[in-house]
Write a protein that binds this ligand. Structure first.
Ligand code: PNS
Length: 209
């Protein structure tokens, strides 16, 4: 029975990451040592380089479904992030400082390995457009093949943020464009510092000016 096998697929590469283990770690030890049910926990992994209101919208909506959301920042130097993992952690933690249902953490290596160490029951990802689908489908399928019990839940990004991505935010900010309202104020300030831009708000052009 354990580890479970896909009908015709390979044996799970990381049997230790099976859902059986994850279900048993869902019961976390309290300070007194007794088992404490953490409720339904989702893990929201990503680069968050930097966090945007698109990400935040997904987390806030997920909190309607889950008891806790772990925002897990991937440490992947190959992607040459603009912000160090410490900077990203600081920005995300600062935003959610008054939301105890959100846990902010970072991880190295395979996501399935990290998930196995937590009490999360599902991976959460946002989908903005059909163009995201192929990448997300491959990633969810790969994670499922590494851990046959691990599902990915997709949430459509709200219409206000479907055009917002960390990549375009960085490009716009680097070129001096306004990103206020698309990322938290702290992120706006950090972007301006990174790109050595003045802290003044940029005025939007109005066509009737
Ligand atoms: O915000 P991103 O860059 O789209 O997030 C991608 C992320 C970090 C979720 C993905 O690259 C990841 O899970 N990285 C950890 C390494 C891993 O497990 N890779 C195999 C899954 S395809």
């Amino acid at each position: 029975m354990f580890p479970l096998r896909l009908k015709e697929g390979p044996e799970p590469i990381f049997p230790a990451c099976s859902g059986e283990i994850r279900r048993s770690v869902r019961m976390a030890k309290s300070k007194k040592g007794e088992d404490k049910d953490m409720g339904k926990v989702a893990i929201y992994p990503g680069s968050f380089d930097p966090i945007t209101y698109g990400h935040i919208d997904v987390v806030e909506r997920a909190l309607e479904i889950f008891d806790k959301v772990i925002v897990a920042i991937a440490v992947n130097e190959e992607k040459r992030p603009l912000f160090s993992v410490e900077e990203r952690l600081h920005m995300v933690k600062a935003f959610f400082k008054d939301t105890p249902k959100v846990i902010v953490d970072s991880f190295k290596g395979l996501l399935v390995d990290y998930v196995a160490k937590t009490n999360a029951i599902v991976i959460l990802r946002g989908l903005r457009a059909t163009s995201d689908f192929e990448y997300e489908f491959h990633m969810a399928s790969m994670n499922r093949s590494l851990d046959t019990h691990l599902d990915t839940l997709f949430m459509m990004t709200s219409k206000d943020y479907f055009f917002v991505s960390s990549r375009t935010i960085k490009e716009v900010a680097r070129l001096g464009g306004a990103v206020e309202g698309l990322v938290p104020d702290l992120v706006v300030r950090r972007l301006r510092e990174k790109f050595k831009l003045p802290v003044t708000k940029k005025k939007h052009i109005r066509w009737d000016d």
